[in-house]
Design a protein around this ligand. Structure first.
Ligand code: TYM
Length: 351
């Protein structure tokens, strides 16, 4: 079952018919942001045509920081609505909520037991968050979060995991844990490949282009949300930080703000940053911003409107998610059964 053949990052042709992918986005904010959209969601929509795709909403991960219960419920639905509005087809792909499939938490425990303290402590996302909160105040859940993510992945035996670059280390941990288990107990898990898009692997904050765009942004104006109004989108783009120069040139090191705007533009327009740089030669930052604002409104506005429309019928969304969870469980329970048996757990008596 192991498969370590490298996968193309983008427009991936499946390595075999029926090859599977799995990914998820935390429901820890009222809206997904442009980094989630360009770094992952756009890629998901494209590859769902060719792969047996599983997309889920990691609500167990979200509670590693406290979430007001009613907000969490709403945010899970909002996340599902944005997946669908962006183009995830729930008839084609399996769409579900993590806590509806208890095997995620069950396999996570098994993987936690085979992870070293040092190995977990090396995870950069944990280090960053622990540094912000102070190591003694960071929750144990934050520490074990990557093992839960490994369980999410390994339960479904996927070939690929389409994520932005910041999740690469977590996918690598899941590979290590799978290899360790296979080595000890015999072939059990497929070894998954990260699938990272080239141009949009990392989208940066509009106000602080040295930092990745993230829901924990210092200023809300650095973050383009998928559910922002047209006016908010345009305003944030027009007030994006650039530099003292005048030249529109893609140069991440010396012109991070302008380069980020060019990269976003290129992704939204399906063009290269070289082409854009040529088009904008001799023009001013203001021109680039006005055009990008118009493009962002044209691309993201319909996604927002469709998501808001879907949210008007929460019962329909809940029904879709329940159907997805039932399908996900059939796959997840097979893997967990195999794992439990290999570990030497006594089978539970049939009910
Ligand atoms: P999350 O919710 O932080 O992000 C969801 C996806 O969006 C990508 N992303 C970005 N891409 C480019 N530029 C950015 N600024 C940017 N910000 C976020 C992320 O790389 C990700 O693909 N731990 C995961 C959720 C998760 C998961 C999983 C993912 C839980 N279990 C299993 C894959 C498989 C997370 O917090 O992603």
């Amino acid at each position: 079952m192991t498969d370590s053949t490298p996968m193309p990052a983008d427009d991936a042709a499946p390595p075999e018919p029926g090859a599977r992918v799995l990914s998820g986005m935390q429901p820890s904010a009222d809206s997904l942001h442009l980094g989630n959209y360009l770094g992952a969601l756009v890629n998901w929509v494209r590859i769902q045509q060719q792969y047996d795709a599983f997309f889920f909403i990691p609500d167990l991960h979200a509670i590693t920081v406290p979430q007001p219960p009613e907000e969490l419920r709403q945010r899970v639905r909002r996340t599902a609505a944005q997946y669908i509005a962006a183009g995830i087809d729930p008839e084609r792909s399996t769409l579900f909520v993590q806590s509806h499939v208890p095997e995620h938490a069950q396999l996570a425990w098994v993987l936690i037991c085979s992870t070293g303290m040092g190995e977990a402590a090396r995870m950069t996302q944990f280090k960053d968050k622990a540094a912000k909160q102070g190591a003694d105040h960071a929750g144990v859940g934050l520490f074990t979060y990557p093992m839960l993510q490994a369980a999410d992945i390994l339960l479904y035996q996927p070939h690929g995991v389409p994520v932005g670059e910041d999740q690469k280390q977590h996918v690598e941990l899941s590979r290590d844990l799978a290899q360790r288990f296979n080595h000890r107990y015999g072939e059990t898990f497929r070894i998954p490949q990260p699938m990272i898009p080239e141009g949009a692997a990392r989208i940066y904050d509009l106000q602080n282009p040295g930092a990745k765009m993230s829901k924990s942004a210092e200023s809300p104006s650095g973050l383009l949300n998928l559910l922002d109004s047209d006016k908010q989108l345009a305003k944030k783009i027009k007030s994006a930080v650039t530099d003292d120069g005048t030249e529109i040139r893609f140069d991440r090191e010396n012109k991070p703000g302008v380069s980020n705007l060019l990269a976003i533009y290129a992704e939204l327009a399906g063009r290269s940053t070289d082409q854009l740089q040529a088009d904008y030669q001799g023009r001013m930052y203001g021109h680039l911003k006005v055009d990008l604002a118009e493009l962002a409104v044209a691309r993201l506005g319909p996604v927002r409107d469709r998501a808001l429309q879907l949210l008007e019928d929460p019962a329909e969304l809940d029904a879709l998610l329940a159907k997805g969870a039932a399908k996900a469980r059939t796959v997840a329970s097979e893997t967990l059964k195999d794992v439990y048996s290999k570990l030497g757990f006594l089978p539970a008596a049939a009910a």
